[in-house]
Design a protein around this ligand. Structure first.
Ligand code: BES
Ligand code: ZN
Ligand code: ZN
Length: 477
């Protein structure tokens, strides 16, 4: 980790103080004339900013966040945390002290943005200029537990980012399974890896079909965290799309193939969330499932027109080999039903249509999730700023994936692509409590976006962790 968090006075000398101000606290605080003018003007424009103040030769930073809701203030502070890191790097400083003139949650949000911004995927550079560089964030007076949870959150996000950022022929299905096992040992959850023979024996025809063009065998990883005193009787099941590389298969991609190492972003989110829940020892029973393979053309690869059978016996007409995620998820969803789950959450970089619909700011969600879990998940989304937008699963969309030769087709028409993909998955849930999260827009950022960085973002890890924290503190009710 490229940072340390302390709750006492800073260890390093070269630190900069950061004050947090919201319109309320700014009104009460004594500020010099110039800063007051700046704050008033920012307030009028409803704009957040990191203000530099040089007072008696000492630099101080003021993070001013006028956002209307407290959740948006937190987000403004995460961005201020990112800007503070950029600032101290350029001033050759080594850390920040976040003063206590703000609530604990406001201060933690700034610290979170700061720490997440220290991440870089630099292992393939021959010269690593920032090697061993550690930045300090000091939060005087903040309790140990909150700091621990923050550290866990960030470590889990880093793991997810690393998984996505690894090159595609390094992070194969086999390597993914090995990485999940390693994370399990580190955090304290169990892992079982089903190999090709077992996948075949389970008749997981979706996974085997996608794997046919590959020279690497598929894997199916089962992660489980079951604490002695879980608040839930039936487990929550997370399912992550683990396509280590998506070339499109025979329907080879003509665009953006270089981004497709990120097609296991769903599995990274699941492993990251499992890591956080286990490491924090939350009293929730959670299972994570990851079907993994790459999707490539090859002499044996499935072809458009093929008909395959998923493990529940459904026949699927393959109309496009690039709609592969839903095939492997179908098997995983069917497998998950044996647990009689409290709720199934699947996460997948499933469709370009989801990206076109809402871009990188949010996650496309759909399903029949029960109202209480829905409220928790959507609220968690606002709190950690990984917001969900719900799309409908109306019957009409089901008509679009009807096949004339099989039970269902793996492709809808040109319209509503994110929904027809969701509708396909719904078929395999057999009415169980479920929500599908399409993270195609958020899992991998082509341009740097503040503390979310560039490349693998660790999308949905903080969302899921916050969701399970809520369940833990509500005693499962
Ligand atoms: N992995 C892609 C979806 C994707 C697109 C993820 C952009 C991240 C960024 C998925 O397997 C895919 O290829 N989907 C096709 C579906 C189509 C063939 C129905 C798509 O979205 O174009
Ligand atoms: Zn695809
Ligand atoms: Zn894909």
């Amino acid at each position: 980790m490229a940072f340390i968090i302390t709750s006492t006075a800073p260890k390093s000398k070269e630190t900069v103080h950061v004050d947090i101000l919201t319109p309320d606290t700014a009104a009460k605080k004594k500020l010099n004339k110039k800063v007051r003018e700046q704050v008033d003007s920012l307030n009028k424009q409803n704009k957040g900013a990191l203000i530099t103040l040089i007072e008696e030769g000492e630099i101080r930073l003021i993070a001013f966040c006028p956002a209307k809701t407290v959740e948006l203030q937190y987000e403004c502070l995460r961005k201020a945390g990112h800007d503070a890191l950029e600032f101290i790097k350029s001033w050759q400083k080594t850390g920040i002290i976040i003063s206590d003139y703000a609530s604990q949650d406001h201060r933690l949000a700034l610290a979170e943005g700061f720490c997440l911004s220290t991440y870089s995927f630099n292992k393939y550079f021959s010269v690593k200029d920032e090697k061993n560089r550690k930045f300090e964030v000091s939060l005087p007076g903040i309790n140990k537990k909150s700091i621990e949870q923050l550290e866990i959150t960030i470590q889990a996000v880093i793991h997810a980012r690393d998984l996505v950022n690894e090159p595609p022929t390094v992070m194969t299905a086999l390597e993914m399974a090995a990485s999940f096992q390693k994370m399990g040992r580190e955090a304290g959850f169990k892992t079982e890896v089903l190999e090709e023979k077992q996948i075949e024996a389970l008749k997981m025809g979706g996974i085997m079909a996608v794997n046919k063009g590959s020279s690497v065998p598929p894997t199916f990883t089962i992660m489980e965290y079951k604490p002695a005193k879980a608040v839930n009787k039936k487990p929550y099941v997370l399912i992550g799309k683990g396509v280590s590389f998506d070339s499109g298969g025979l329907n080879i991609k003509t665009q953006s193939m270089e981004l497709m190492k990120s097609d296991m972003g769903g599995s990274a989110a699941v492993a990251g969330a499992m890591y956080a829940v286990a490491k924090a020892k939350l009293p929730v029973h959670v299972i994570g499932l990851v079907p993994a393979t790459d999707n490539r053309p090859g002499p044996d690869a499935i072809a458009p027109g093929d008909i395959i059978n998923t493990c529940d016996g459904t026949s699927v007409e393959i109309l496009n080999t690039d709609a592969e995620g839903r095939l492997i998820l179908a098997d995983a969803i069917s497998y998950s039903l044996r647990y009689k789950p409290e709720l199934i959450i699947d996460l997948a970089t499933l469709t370009g249509a989801a990206v076109r619909a809402i871009g990188t700011p949010g996650i496309v969600a759909m399903g029949n999730i029960d109202p209480k879990s829905r409220e928790r998940l959507f609220t968690a989304g606002h709190e950690v700023h990984e917001r969900l937008v719900e799309f409908p699963l109306w019957d009409e969309y089901g008509e679009m994936i009807k096949s004339s030769v099989a039970d269902i087709a793996n492709l809808g028409g040109p319209l509503a692509g994110a929904i027809t993909a969701g509708k396909f998955l719904e078929h395999f849930t057999k009415g169980w409590n479920w929500i599908h999260l399409d993270i195609a827009g958020t899992a991998f950022l082509e341009k740097k976006e503040s503390y979310r960085g560039k490349g693998g973002s660790g999308s949905a890890v903080r969302l899921l962790f916050r969701f399970f924290q809520k369940i833990s503190s509500a005693n499962g009710k």
